[in-house]
Design a protein around this ligand. Sequence first.
Ligand SMILES: [Ca+2]
Length: 88
Amino acid sequence: MKKLTEQHHLAIERVLITLTFLLVLSAVLLWQWNRFDSSKVHCYQFKSQAAAQVYYREHPRATWLDIDADGIACESGRVPLDLTPVER
Ligand SMILES: [Ca+2]
């Protein structure tokens, strides 16, 4: 089997760095797209955090309302609060 030269290692390293960069960029773009998708309901649209929590309880796939994945939607929303977590 042929041994890889230092140039081959550098070329492989560049490809891996480029692929990693593209993967991170894709993830960030996808996250931003999901975050600002106008077809979705967002935290600022709820009158209170409790209202967001009711919606989240009824629509547990609305995970963008619970970015930190603790089961509580829109923590920074207005009172009243409903801090009973939704099972995920
Ligand atoms: Ca949360």
